[in-house]
Each structure stands twice: as structure tokens, then as C-alpha cells.
Design a protein around this ligand. Sequence first.
Ligand SMILES: NC(=O)c1ccc[n+]([C@@H]2O[C@H](COP(=O)([O-])OP(=O)(O)OC[C@H]3O[C@@H](n4cnc5c(N)ncnc54)[C@H](O)[C@@H]3O)[C@@H](O)[C@H]2O)c1
Ligand SMILES: CC(C)CCC[C@@H](C)[C@H]1CC[C@H]2[C@@H]3[C@H](O)C=C4C[C@@H](O)CC[C@]4(C)[C@H]3CC[C@]12C
Length: 346
Amino acid sequence: MADSAETQELVYLVTGGCGFLGEHVVRMLLQREPRLRELRIFDLHLGPWLEELKTGPVQVTAIQGDVTQAHEVAAAVAGAHVVIHTAGLVDVFGKTSPETIHEVNVQGTQNVIEACVQTGTRFLIYTSSMEVVGPNTKGQPFYRGNENTPYEAVHRHPYPCSKALAEQLVLEANGREVLGGLPLVTCALRPTGIYGEGHQIMRDFYHQGLRLGGRLFRAIPASVEHGRVYVGNVAWMHVLVARELEHRAALMGGQVYFCYDNSPYKSYEDFNMEFLGPCGLLLQWLLRPLMLYAPLLNPYTLAVANTTFTVSTDKARRHFGYEPLFSWEESRTRTIRWVQTVEGSA
Ligand SMILES: NC(=O)c1ccc[n+]([C@@H]2O[C@H](COP(=O)([O-])OP(=O)(O)OC[C@H]3O[C@@H](n4cnc5c(N)ncnc54)[C@H](O)[C@@H]3O)[C@@H](O)[C@H]2O)c1
Ligand SMILES: CC(C)CCC[C@@H](C)[C@H]1CC[C@H]2[C@@H]3[C@H](O)C=C4C[C@@H](O)CC[C@]4(C)[C@H]3CC[C@]12C
């Protein structure tokens, strides 16, 4: 922690700071970035929990805004040293039109880049996704691959298409001259499926299990490995990248990093049972289980759940000294404790 106010000099902006990942990034920054003077939280929907943060030593500025509105983004970015851009529309269920997904995820990211360039912000970290790589439309497995593993990245669904385009914009912007003449330094973090406190789909599965009398039904072969990473470790990676980007610009600028930790390799459902099992649910076989999951299922989500996609890499450790902050046991315990607090829990 900072010893005196003199060391607190940095202004950070977190877009999407009230989302599942964004809230963890915000809280992690307040706990682990001693040089922070002001933390700006920009989101379409501001959470009431922000109020409790405003009493601490760091100035917390909540900004209700829309990344698709360039002027709102520019006003929020002006004067920030670092931007962590997590805002996005995470819709794989067809609730939002492809045009809106593109507007928020791609045009919104372009607006963030232009705001950095116009106002002189030099460091931009983008929350990308494993989905920019795969699983691809051919259902080819990506088995414990790393950032250099060859894989045919072919997308059709609006969400991965938008994440891939936005990531490309961010990486291409690395080195652009910002106001004041210095170069912009960017990089992209690619989480696999994030889990942990606040994860809406985990909450939904828990409620469904309760409605079904304490049971969930297996729909995916246990042999399919699905990559998962704890939200606290994803947040920690963002904080570390933000801290190290200035000093390691030549190495890290324009790079992509998978977000990883020591969470075990399992199928999507077996992994969820690591938390839902201790909360009283059982996973059982049923002849036609897919009927039960109808609202979650479409060709895309089924393909993602049914295709092995896991990462095994140490690039983040080599480039900026990342080690997971939370062990698997801690990540599991924290997630179980959170599920136990979810409304309707036994
Ligand atoms: N959840 C995952 O498993 C996962 C995995 C890999 C990558 N990601 C990426 O991480 C980021 C955060 O995802 P999440 O799971 O926390 O999602 P989330 O929906 O919980 O959070 C996204 C936040 O962005 C905000 N937002 C949406 N549209 C906006 C707009 N037009 N202007 C300003 N704010 C807007 C939302 O209000 C929300 O608070 C996304 O970019 C997503 O693509 C998520
Ligand atoms: C019991 C099953 C048949 C139910 C279907 C589960 C399905 C809705 C889940 C499975 C895998 C999930 C995706 C995966 O964890 C990774 C990501 C990347 C991230 O960027 C956005 C979310 C997403 C696509 C998850 C969405 C929900 C999926 C498809």
C-alpha cells in the first residue's frame, strides 16, 4: 500500500466496471495498486455497490456512459493514464441483434482507441476472449494450446466475430502516436470461460438444479475439456498488465495473453459440479437432457460446450511475472461460498 499521498499519482479508467469481471478488476485495483489516485468506473449501468468504495483513500468516480458514444468515451478517458476496456455485450443466446453486438464490441472499442489517441492516454488493456481463437465452426479441438499453437480460427457467430475484430483493432493501434507525441501501448487478454463470485450462468444452473429437486442432467460427454479460469485471477492479470505495460512496452505492446490459472481441466458440467456439488446438487444421466437446457442452447453454444478448448501456457509469467493470486482451492472455496449466498440456496 502507498505510504504517502505523493506516491498516489495514477488515474485509471475501467470500462464495464460494473460487470461480472469489471467489478473484480475495480476491487482488485483498489486493493493492489498503491499508486492509484483516481479510479474512474464507466458503465452503461452503474451498481449501487459503488457507493461503499467512495469512502476510501482513492477517488472513485462513477461515470454512467455508453461506449458507442464517442464523446462520452473521450470525456471519460481524458486525463487517464491507463484504460482497462472490459465493457462489452456478452450475448451468445441471440437476445441482442448482431448489429448491436458489433456496435458495442467493435465500434465501442474503436471509440476507446480514438479517445486514447486524442486525449494522450498511453496504455490500453483490452479484455478479449478465448473465442477469438475458438472453438471454430469445424469443431476442431484445441487441446491445452498456447498463444502460438496453430489453429484455424473461423467464426460465424456475432459475438466471437466482434471480439476478434475488436482485438485486431486494439493490437493494430499499438504504436500509434497519442496527443503529446508518445506511442500508444496496447495489449489483449484472452480469458477462457470465467467463473467465480457473480457468475450469472452458474447462478442460473444452481437455480435450475434446485427447481429440479437437487439434480442437474449431463448433456455433454465428460471427455470434452472446457477451459475455465477464476475471475480473481483474471482481474489480477489485468492489474499486473496495467502495472507492467509502461516498463515493458517493447516486449508487451501489441501482444495477446491467454488468461490462465491452476483450475483443473474438466468438462463444462463436471467443472460446475466442483461448486454446485458441495451446495447439494447431483449430476445425473437422463435420456434426452437437452430439452431441459433449451433456453441456453443453439448450434453455437452447443458447439462451444461440446468442443475441447483448453490452454496451457506460461507466456504471462515470462512476459510480466504473472502467477495466479488465488490457488485452485481458494478459487473453489470462494466460489462455493458465493453460491451458498445466492438467493434460494438450501
Ligand atoms: N464471462 C466470460 O466467461 C468471459 C470470457 C472471456 C472474455 N470475456 C470478456 O470479458 C468482458 C466482461 O465480460 P463479463 O462476463 O464481465 O460481462 P458482463 O456483461 O457482466 O459485463 C459487461 C459490462 O459492460 C457493460 N456494457 C455493456 N454495454 C455497454 C455499453 N454500450 N457502454 C458501456 N458499458 C457497457 C455492461 O453494463 C456490463 O457491466 C467482456 O468484454 C467479455 O467479452 C468474458
Ligand atoms: C449443459 C450444457 C448443454 C449447457 C450449455 C452451456 C453453455 C451455455 C456454455 C458452455 C460454454 C460457455 C461459454 C464458454 O465458457 C466461454 C465463453 C467465452 C466468453 O467470452 C463469453 C461466454 C462464453 C461464450 C460462454 C457462454 C456459455 C457457454 C456457451
